[in-house]
Design a protein around this ligand. Structure first.
Ligand code: SF4
Length: 238
């Protein structure tokens, strides 16, 4: 067997086993309420065997869209998977759906989402050129912060989503998203300004747009973060 065929076969087998584990109670669930979890393993080198990334993503969405594994599944109106270009180089990850997102079933469509769209446009990109999702896929009641248990229960979904998307760079929006991705318990001010790694993918941390609506004085620092994000992504200086 050729080396390329062997690598492709191993990749397919790995994904098949991951999909099997996905619905095995407990086996795919990250440990609950642990302060610092071990970093996720790097993504495999090989490219996805399935050519149609959008189709793979849609199959995955259908597999999990009726999830009730954590209490948020009981109170949501709509499951919010993610939105954007499945082949995008930049992935934005927020905390969780808010009221408008819960109503529409789409991420970042409320006031904070409109601000995120403006931030992306200020980066000289269109929203349709990136992909946007959240650490938890269902709205926490009253927009409270998701609990450690809720984040840990939903974490395998984000992991699989990123594995399918394979972005070149990730922007974590706010402390909760950054902590969920990086599996650290550090405050936002120590996470910003450093280039982190998520399974071999660089991660830039910045403020959540909802925080910017309450604290306009943080917009300048956010602008510095996203200029850096764009520079790291493709070398463009804004
Ligand atoms: S937040 Fe995640 S784990 Fe909880 S019910 Fe929704 S999809 Fe399932």
């Amino acid at each position: 067997m050729e080396e390329a065929d062997r690598v492709q076969l191993l990749g397919q087998a790995r994904r098949y086993l991951q999909d099997l584990c996905l619905f095995e109670e407990g086996a795919f669930i990250a440990p609950l309420a642990q302060e610092v979890l071990a970093p996720a393993a790097p993504l495999a080198e090989e490219a996805p065997a399935v050519q149609d990334q959008a189709a793979v993503l849609e199959v995955f969405r259908q597999q999990i869209c009726e999830c009730t594994r954590c209490p948020l599944g009981q109170t949501r109106q709509r499951f919010v998977f993610g939105d954007g270009d499945p082949g995008a180089g930049i992935l934005f990850v927020g905390e969780g759906p808010g009221e408008e997102e819960d109503r529409q079933g789409l991420p970042f469509v409320g006031a904070a989402g409109q601000l995120l769209t403006k931030i992306i446009e200020a980066m000289k990109m269109q929203r349709s050129q990136v992909y946007i999702c959240n650490a938890v896929k269902c709205r926490p009641p009253e927009n409270r912060t998701p609990t450690a248990e809720e984040l840990a229960t939903c974490a395998p979904y984000l992991e699989r989503q990123i594995e399918i998307l394979r972005p070149r760079i990730i922007c974590a929006l706010g402390r909760t998203a950054a902590q969920a991705l990086l599996r650290v318990n550090a405050p936002l001010n120590t996470l910003r300004g450093r280039l982190h790694q998520y399974r071999g993918i660089p991660v830039v941390v910045t403020y959540h747009p909802a925080a910017l609506l309450r604290h306009a004085e943080w917009k300048r620092q956010t602008w510095e973060d996203v200029k850096w994000l764009r520079r790291e992504y493709d070398g463009t200086e804004l």
